[in-house]
Design a protein around this ligand. Sequence first.
Ligand SMILES: [Zn+2]
Length: 328
Amino acid sequence: MSERNIQVEIRRKEFTPREYLLPGRFNLTLKFEALVPGSSYIFSGAIPEQLPEAKNFYDGIDKLKRRILSGEKLHLEEETKRLLNEVYALKQKFKKSTNFPKLLNSYFIPGSSIKGAVRSSIEYKLKPTKVGDSFISYSCYIAESSFLDKLFAKNHLTFWGDDISYFRFSCSVPKVCVVCDLFGTQSLASRVSFSDALLTSPTSTSLEFLKDLNIEAVKPNSKFNLRVDAINLNFVELGLLFLGFEIFSRSPILIGSFKYRYNPKVTKKLYRDRFSFGLLKFNLVDFNEFISSELPKMSTNELVEKAKEELLSSELSNFIDYNKGVIS
Ligand SMILES: [Zn+2]
């Protein structure tokens, strides 16, 4: 059996209610500052997965994958032709934007992009771990669609590691993995909401049109603000959220386009010989509790430390690869 065919058993439990506050849990507003390191540019363009046509295509891939896994005999040549036609149609429809997203006078990175990056990072870190003869993970893949990307995206695998290509079926209610329980899944609302990240450093010094790539990018050393609201949290979940933001490691996370093409973990060839792309380093600058009153008075550092401690001593911790995705 090749590694790609390894199927992972996902640990699931009944989802946490989100309509009312549970005893012992808390609601938080988290305020982050994000810095583009001096060694990196950022470009956040249009996201093809958000086009309805792309969703149909990816759903088609999911169906095909299930049929293959169930052992159904398929005319693969026919299926491949059909899929290639769909890819071509999709390519025609997808008009790549060359500008950095902007609303009125504010440049921003869509909250959905950051939420997606943080979520996948947590999914990957909750890696398949060998127990006896099977592999176990505490996280499914919300986007099984990334199956296709992973098969073909060599750089993605180089960065995250081969084990991210093991099959992990998405959850469906009522039993869900910890990541779906926090971020939501089909028929289950998310308990975390991300604002867009607004550029806070001056526009005049933060944007640059890169002729060779034909894009408007945000320059090194620029800054963004982001707000995340989370409800019915416990400290282990807060720990997972901080893990996805790389708050513990103080590493940047990866956002937007070209993030694997110009990345020292993937290739020796950097942009203009010295720049990475897509690095964004988050720092928790403030937080406050709302509606609930569970937390004692504490500093942001104490909040981070407490979440880290509880995550490390949880049953989850043995199934976390803390270093996965960390950029030194
Ligand atoms: Zn799940």
